[in-house]
Design a protein around this ligand. Structure first.
Ligand SMILES: NC(=O)C1=CN([C@@H]2O[C@H](COP(=O)(O)OP(=O)(O)OC[C@H]3O[C@@H](n4cnc5c(N)ncnc54)[C@H](OP(=O)(O)O)[C@@H]3O)[C@@H](O)[C@H]2O)C=CC1
Ligand SMILES: O=C(O)[C@@H]1CCC=N1
Length: 249
């Protein structure tokens, strides 16, 4: 996720240093170090926590002395609470965000939640930073951010899985993998673009406009969600993701 954001963050004025022990590729203009010792004496206005939540305790505390006076810590980690991170980082100001993977093409959706000691300047920077990767929504509680995580942070995973299953079903209707992928992604992309037009009808109205009385779509929709199974499954999906975020706090 860090690389996806980095690909958009480089379009701004900040000088960015990435610490990655694996030494992966970084965009032009970004400094890469593979060991914190290489930047031991350096100061940064913003430290970004982009490792897995389970690794934050082991990794981030080493960077307390790298945070410049007046700076803040920006976390993209799921669940891990701002209060816990602030404490770990010597009572530093913390802002939590929850981006999603289409940030890689500037089409992400990011939740932003100011945490302990964060001031308006920190929040303004975080909003500017995240908006380079797509749209943002600022929420006023971490519980809400954990719900953004369930809906949008994990969301591309659900969408890719739905598209994968949809394409698999298309292949069972005697299409090749390439044909199925093209038809399914074209159909999803076209439908989403239409629903996203300014002034577009509600999603329910759009669905109804495809559904001829006693026609093929009605037959398909009955199999898809006639018993409410899809609605229940999606409710359970979001609830399970939220519950996991709560466990990671
Ligand atoms: N994936 C997603 O769509 C989203 C992820 N997030 C959050 O982003 C964070 C990263 O997740 P994700 O990108 O999926 O996970 P990854 O494992 O792909 O990324 C974590 C990166 O941290 C690196 N790393 C490991 N140890 C260190 C260290 N000591 N110092 C610096 N870097 C280190 C890893 O390197 P290596 O691979 O070599 O171990 C890896 O490149 C998580 O906190 C997650 O909750 C938030 C929103 C969406
Ligand atoms: O699966 C995860 O935990 C991360 C957070 C949201 C998306 N990926």
């Amino acid at each position: 996720m860090g690389s996806a954001l980095l690909s958009q963050w480089v379009n701004g004025p900040e000088a960015i240093t990435v610490v990655d022990p694996a030494g992966s590729d970084v965009p032009d203009g970004v400094a890469l170090v593979t060991d914190r010792s290489e930047i031991a004496d350096d100061q940064f206005d913003c430290i970004i926590a982009a490792v897995k939540p389970q690794l934050i305790d082991d990794i981030l505390a080493d960077y307390v002395s790298n945070l410049a006076a007046g700076g803040y810590v920006l976390s993209i980690a799921a669940g891990y609470s701002a209060a816990r991170l602030s404490k770990l980082m010597g009572d530093a100001p913390v802002i939590r965000t929850m981006p999603n993977l289409p940030a890689a093409i500037g089409r992400g959706v990011s939740g932003i939640c100011p945490g302990p000691h964060a001031n308006d300047d920190h929040l303004a920077h975080a909003q500017d930073f995240m908006s380079r990767a797509g749209s943002t929504v600022t929420v006023d509680s971490e519980d809400k951010l954990d719900r953004v995580t369930a809906v949008a942070g994990s969301g591309p995973g659900y969408v890719f899985e739905i598209a994968r299953a949809y394409a698999e079903a298309a292949m069972k209707q005697d299409f090749t993998e390439d044909e199925a992928r093209e038809m399914v992604l074209g159909t999803i992309g076209g439908a989403i673009a239409m629903a996203s037009e300014p002034g577009a009808p509600s999603l329910e109205e759009l669905r109804n406009s495809v559904t001829s009385k006693a026609g093929t779509t009605a037959a398909g929709l009955d199999a898809l969600n006639g018993d409410g199974g899809l609605s229940t499954r999606l409710h359970d999906t979001l609830q399970a993701a939220y519950d996991r975020a709560v466990e990671l706090r």
